[in-house]
Design a protein around this ligand. Sequence first.
Ligand SMILES: [Fe+2]
Ligand SMILES: [Fe+2]
Length: 279
Amino acid sequence: MGIRITVLCENLVGRLVGSGEHGFSAFIETDQGHYLFDTGSGQTIVANSLMLDRDLKTIRKVFLSHGHFDHTGGLPEVLKLRGNVDVHAHHHIFLDRIHVVKENGKETKRFIGIPYKRSYLEFLGANFILHRDFVEVEKGMFLTGEVPRKTSFEKPDLRLFSEIDGKMVQDIFWDDQSLILDTEKGLILILGCAHSGMINIIHHVINKTGKEKFYAILGGTHLDFLTSEQLEDSIQSLKKMAIEKIGVSHCTGMRAAFRLHQEFGDRFSYGCVGSILEV
Ligand SMILES: [Fe+2]
Ligand SMILES: [Fe+2]
């Protein structure tokens, strides 16, 4: 199947057109139709889609990687253009999410969950289809479902919490899902923020698909928030895997991107706004 994946929303701008924001979204074109993986925070998705000539009105399905605002905040803008559409996600995307920052002895709490009520999104046309398990969402396209935590070095981000029944608990991100496209050249894996751990996700994908060859891994890796030791453990694990191209974005950060470039050379690229992967 012919595939073209375009980064619509991302922190950095790499082409002559488009704007950056803290968020991620990818527009996926296949022979079966067009799809959207995440929506960014809502600041750039419409303008970038127009400038990059990717028509949001044509999308068949929306996939949400997790409930953070920088992946879900653009959903109303998409729905206003598209109208009724299936939106695939995990049940936990509607949890309240909190980011706790401690600076100079002062603690600040910031709401970073999905910024809209489910009923408002449904009013705009979202038909939520919620999954917990690995699922084929379209022929040759899969969502990972909940990812088992196996590695010792991919630890939860201690600044992130969910609020359940008024109680703040460490966010375990069961909603963190990635999208898989099964192509003749190998699997394409698109990550949202990889809160489950990039290596945990890859092992889960290998386990569920029975395939080990990755043509490309794209999206947010969250490697920016690991200690140097954890980052090295992740990179050494990646080197042992069959990955042809690695095109990271968003929460990967410059430190991890430079390390990945050192290790993967020409197989590495940074997925800025407007970056395209074609198969
Ligand atoms: Fe993110
Ligand atoms: Fe996130």
